[in-house]
Design a protein around this ligand. Sequence first.
Ligand SMILES: *[C@@H]1O[C@H](CO)[C@@H](O)[C@H](O)[C@H]1NC(C)=O
Ligand SMILES: *[C@@H]1O[C@H](CO)[C@@H](O)[C@H](O)[C@H]1NC(C)=O
Length: 575
Amino acid sequence: MISPVTWVSALLAGIFSAAEIPNKTFLIYEGVSYTYEEIDKRSNKVAQVFAERGTVKKGDTVALLMSNEPDFVCVWFGLSKLGCSVAFLNINIKSRSLLHCFNCCGAKLMVVGADLLDTLEDILPNLQEDSISVWAMKKKTAYPGVNTLMDKMEEASDKPVPAKLRGITCLKTPNLYIFTSGTTGLPKAAVITHLQSLKAAAGFWAYGGTSDDVIYTPLPLYHSAASLVGIGGTIEMGATCVLKKKFSASQFWNDCKKHNVTIFQYIGELCRYLCNQPKGENDKQHKVHMGVGNGLRQDVWREFHRRFGEIRMCELYGSTEGNLCFMNHIGKIGAVGRSNFFYKLLFKYVLVRYDMVRDEPVRNKQGFCEPVRRGESGLLLSKISPQSPFFGYAGSKQLTEKKILRDVFAKGDAYFNTGDLMAEDDEDFISFKDRVGDTFRWKGENVATTEVTEILGLVDFIQEANVYGVEVPGNEGKAGMAAIIVRPDFKFDGKKLFDHAVRDLPTYARPLFIRLQESMEMTGTFKQQKFQLVASGFNPSTITDPLYFLDYSQKCYGPLTTSAYESILGGQCKL
Ligand SMILES: *[C@@H]1O[C@H](CO)[C@@H](O)[C@H](O)[C@H]1NC(C)=O
Ligand SMILES: *[C@@H]1O[C@H](CO)[C@@H](O)[C@H](O)[C@H]1NC(C)=O
């Protein structure tokens, strides 16, 4: 470890160049190695460019829209050195949501990767209208009004900027905003303080990682798993990180062998894709001894061990913004973690009974929640206290309040609502069961049903839409499905809906299935009833309502026939 104190302050004080590891490889990307010192100097250049021009100052928020590449890290660190908060934007989100992200984190400047500039074409005028200055990681650009950063970095000094420019005053000041798809509406910016960055960075270390480890990160840096646990954890240990632009199942093991990778980061899907690769004779010949991530299902977990050897899989449970986390130190298959006496002193969490039909926690006669019995599934809540604070979301008290459950066991208490159903067994192992409420996960991304509902509502023939996730055998998470009511005098138009979904929704958020309904059921508290719809799935032989599916080959939502249904289940039709 470079420092027992904090990697953040280490980073800011520029100790990479002063410490004994400047020449150690920090990042490997597309075959090129970058030392700690190189990354540090390059991030100084970023800081110098903005400092010289007085473009940003301490306390400003800057949005970062970049794919995985070393410069993501340099820009992030460079701006941190100026005392700016950096907001990571999901590179998949579409224009409408992107504009919203600026509003909620208050960013007035955006740095965009060279490969992503063209995706902004349609919203550049809007950004300029809002006087948001756009800086592209290029030497020149044809877009009027867009600044270039690369040319200026070439000329800038690589010396550290004066420390007085940043002056971190408190570990609880935000240094990052990470957008999460939340329970309501558009993406929310979770406020990440220095303190949380530190906790997340301890991930590998807590599992016994050392400076000799080589960490493989194929997950997107705009999520906290890759940026905080991956990059932060690498620095914390003084290790090396092999950064991948995008996960590729066919390249995974070659990469690992080539770079002597010892630890990799995963999400459940990724392990499944690896298991689905053709078997090879050398499947077990590698140096990988640990995987850190979450969402690994039991069947995949076992198969993964059979195929690739006894790699210790360490499940890490915790949301970006949440105030607790679980770790499965023992590697017990299926568990996200294990609690113990001390853990319970540290984190006051509880599982309470949940009414799936009404879609809310069960309240007793006194109006309080009830803990579940051991072994039963319950909604995971975590007490909010000075020791386990919840910093909420930027720019919205209302959104923050929605994640807080009050008067749980006593008047006036407050708990962070994880939205996850979990169960705890006799040996204190905790396992994930299901996600409740208005989000589901697909392809490693959270999808907010209300966000999709709003976008579908813009289609002229849709009167009402109810979005939920359905299980598709052989896939992690849940696939998006929408029950819709067609306006009187209008007809369902699969082509129009397809064009709309592809234009306005990221791939993972597009409903894969559509169910036409005459009327929509409500819960007792006037929420759209989802439970029955989720349970009945998308099988055309048991559902009498007309069903459609997202058919990329025909570029439209086409009728979900029994044969289409079977080819989806059989995996011939790609989702
Ligand atoms: C790092 O490498 C540079 C150039 O190769 C060398 O001058 C310097 O002494 C090295 N630093 C350490 C601490 O090994
Ligand atoms: C990987 O390890 C082998 C044997 O331990 C070594 O010969 C090789 O140089 C290492 N490769 C890299 C890229 O470090």
